[in-house]
Design a protein around this ligand. Sequence first.
Ligand code: SAM
Ligand code: SF4
Length: 442
Amino acid sequence: MTNKPKAFIKTFGCQMNVNDSEYIIGQLVKVGYITTENIFKANLILLNTCCVRAKVEQKIFSLIGKIKKIKKSKPGVLLGICGCMAQKEKENIFERAPHVDFIFNPSQVNNLENIINDIIKYTSGKYISCENTPEFSLKQVPIKRGSKISAWIQIMRGCNNYCSYCVVPYTRGAEQSRGVSEILSEVNNLAQNKYKEMFLLGQNVNSYGNDLSPPVTFSKLLELLNNINGIERIRFTTSHPKDFSFDLIKIIKKCHKVCNHIHLPIQSGSSKILKMMNRKYDIDYYNNIIKEIRNNIDNIAITTDVMVGFPGETEDDFIATLNAFKEIEFDEAYTFIYSNRENAIASLLPEQVPLELKKERLWKLIDLQKEISAKINKKLEGEILEVLVDKKSKKHIENQFSGRTGTNKTVVFTGKQNLLGQLVKVKIVKSTAWTLYGELNK
Ligand code: SAM
Ligand code: SF4
């Protein structure tokens, strides 16, 4: 039995937040905490929040409310809020929930050790830390990674794009790239520790390095990472179509470790809506990128993000999105209902689409995408694909493992524990819209 204080961390939102939580845990461990999955046993409760959509934000406020009871029954328990909502709602959180002890914004994730030490010193007061650091570095910040096979690497933070619906530029600040040597050293280190897959993260990886001196392109970074021994796969997200570089196509083709998968959010199939979203491309431009990618790289998977019910979206605009989906045939799509966010200027637009209609459109689009994904996956039946085995299957069936293909498709098959972290060949025997099922090809 240990006397160390326990920390409970709940993470909401994107991969960036998941990776931030890995840094948070690393630093908490350094200052003497251990983690617990049981919120009732925690001495410190941290919510790493998201506010991209209103529904998640409501869920978080409701959880903050419930934690009040825990704090009442266990005085001394600290409650901290971090992540995007901590930045966006920094004034409101203490007003709505005075039992919150401290908040800090996403750019302070690498400073948690100091924040925790300060809180312990000033237990009676609130500690708010929402200052941006002048440069983005994660050097020597302790991290406790959730996987021993695949690692998230933040190559940049923030966003300069101000899509009219999005809060990220307000919560994560302006774009800042991490230096090339810092990234290379982290990846070298991971390779030495037998990590196989690097997942590079940024809101718009195509603009990586524009702010560095001298500037470096994202393609160059990929090329450098491709040369690191021990790494088997390199993935990245997200590419913004407006900055998509044709160099990237060449690099994916040339560098065998860079996976055959591009996540390229379309957001809408209507040029009118794309303009209102301030996406800075139209549907012809988007289609042209897809054509170039497919003309140059065989077996490339393309996935996307899309939104329905943006203010002013008419039936014709929605049909344009359906048509774009039919024409492009994405491997997979993350579909969202547009959600009004204060700060984001789209919330001021007059022609808001009623919720019922948004839901109707969402289901039509999900049904269409399901058909397309099922059709694409069906064609893979009978093929032998290379799979990086990364976990025991979720269904916990004896000897069932799952992994991902280079095109990021999940493959479930019967195997053995020693295959975890290995690249294996699997013959696909069955498929659904979301999963491939196969047999080890010995
Ligand atoms: N930077 C990435 C890009 O440019 O596509 C995506 C980051 S964003 C956090 C992830 C996805 O959330 C977006 O692609 C968009 O589809 C969705 N999203 C962002 N703001 C939204 C809003 N107000 N309502 C609904 N979905 C939203
Ligand atoms: Fe948000 Fe647009 Fe930036 Fe993506 S590119 S984070 S959608 S503002």
